[in-house]
Ligand binder design. Structure first.
Ligand code: CMP
Length: 438
């Protein structure tokens, strides 16, 4: 099996395993503090679940000693390095979270102490925090959405702990109606943390601990909500970042044209151009995207992006595959608006073009005579390159034209390497020149 495919399968299994761990860690993070505060021994079912959690956490330790993290998979670390890295980082918290303290201390009858030690088991929740970066990459959600989900998750957990703390200092933890007491504490927590503060449940002004606890809840609450609001606003801006950027680009050009009092006709053409750019390419400029990529990717991208031109240009259909591959890498996509002059008679030509979409007209020097119309799959601009002479006609875009250009240096290289290509171009040149002379 190819290495990358196997790595992907491993990463998928690790991802599912991490989710299972997170569910169990979340269960413990809710359950254990509740038991601690209320001094309620877990019922049999929960005790079994706690023990099951321990087993899974122990299995996790064994796995982590051998299993590389997603980053290590790609770095190709050895078994020893993986084990040593794990020992130095998560081993201790993972071990503390895995020990079934409740089983040991219950057997000697010291349940309170057992529950206190069980607090160590909350260490696993820090592990969930460490999954965030991997999950952001794995679940292809907007980063801001992911951050928000994680933040809300930890806020809910924090509110649960805060509510339990409030129960403790208000001595509500021995209330016969525990559930009601808990909901009341949670209600106080929500109104305080969200800074709503109805004032119906307030700290006793004579009790310092209650006042300090309330200040703590208010401060952390204000901070958390500020963070959530900031994230939501980033989220809204980022929801369609590409469209926002495109709009900003258009606005900038628009303002510029206004400030220079450009003629309405030109402004309209520019607007149309951007509209076309958005509807056909989502505002992306292939050349800019390619220039940002490392060399290896650029080659693969170019091959993929330019491959449809092969089917369109008859000259390429039966050509040498090696030549096609070479040309594909040299081709640069470019776009012209209706009426644009792509080549001007008498100019020095330093590139030729292949038509991917649209059509162009071949015009005489004065623009009055149309020699020919070249359509999808055709090419032009080769005469100047081959005969090393100025352009012998003007080329005008009929509608929007998606073209691929091949510069002179690349053209010369392909011609030198592939005589068939040169032969084909030469035949075409002779035909065109003859046609012009008639
Ligand atoms: P070049 O001279 O570089 O620039 C203008 C181009 O118009 C020219 O190359 C040819 O590719 C193209 N051209 C000139 N005459 C004709 C014709 N009769 N039919 C089609 N294309 C032509």
């Amino acid at each position: 099996m190819p290495h990358t495919k196997r790595n992907k399968q491993i990463t998928d299994v690790v991802f599912v395993w991490d989710i299972a761990l997170s569910v169990l860690a979340t269960y413990l993070a809710f359950e254990i503090p509740y038991e601690l505060i209320t001094h309620h021994p877990p019922v049999n079912f929960l005790l079994t679940l706690n023990l099951f959690t321990s087993c899974v956490f122990i299995a996790d330790i064994v796995i982590r000693f051998r299993q590389p993290s997603p980053q290590q998979i790609h770095a190709g670390h050895s078994r020893q390095i993986i084990a040593w890295d794990y020992l130095k980082s998560w081993f201790v918290p993972d071990l503390l979270a895995a020990v079934p303290f409740e089983l040991f201390f219950m057997s000697v009858g010291n349940f309170g102490f057992a529950m206190l030690l069980c607090a160590f088991r909350l260490c696993k929740i820090f592990r969930v925090m460490s999954f965030q970066a991997t999950w952001e990459f794995k679940i292809k959600l907007n980063n801001a959405v992911m951050r928000l989900i994680f933040f809300v998750y930890f806020l809910v957990l924090f509110m649960h702990w805060l509510a339990l703390g409030w129960m403790k200092i208000q001595h509500m933890n021995s209330d016969p109606h525990l559930l009601h007491a808990y909901i009341l504490a949670l209600y106080w927590c929500t109104t305080t943390v969200t800074t709503i503060g109805y004032g119906d449940i307030t700290p006793n002004k004579d009790k310092t601990i209650e006042l300090v606890y309330t200040i703590f809840a208010q401060l952390t609450g204000a901070g958390s909500f500020g963070y959530i609001i900031a994230n939501i606003s980033t989220l809204l801006t980022n929801i369609d970042i590409v469209k926002t950027r495109h709009r900003e680009r258009v606005d900038r050009v628009d303002n510029y044209m206004k400030s220079k009092k450009m003629p309405k006709d030109l402004v309209d053409r520019v607007h149309h151009y951007y509209h076309y750019l958005w509807s056909t390419r989502r505002g992306y400029d292939d050349a800019v995207v390619l220039s940002e990529l490392p060399e290896s990717f650029r080659y693969e991208f170019a091959l993929f992006l330019n491959k449809n031109i092969i089917e369109k240009v008859p000259m390429f259909k039966d050509a040498d595959p090696a030549m096609i591959k070479e040309i594909l890498v040299y081709l640069k996509p470019c776009l012209f608006a209706p009426g644009d002059s792509i080549c001007t008679h008498g100019d020095i030509g330093d590139e030729m073009f292949f038509i991917n979409k649209g059509a162009v007209e071949v015009l005489s020097k004065d623009g009055r005579h149309v020699y020919a119309t070249i359509k999808e799959g055709g090419f032009f601009g080769e005469i100047a390159l081959l005969l090393k002479q100025p352009r012998n006609a003007t080329i005008r875009a009929v509608g929007y034209c998606d073209l691929y250009s091949l510069n002179k240096a690349s053209f010369d290289r392909v011609i030198a390497d592939y005589p068939d290509f040169e032969q084909h171009i030469q035949t075409m040149v002779a035909e065109r020149i003859k046609q012009q002379q008639h």
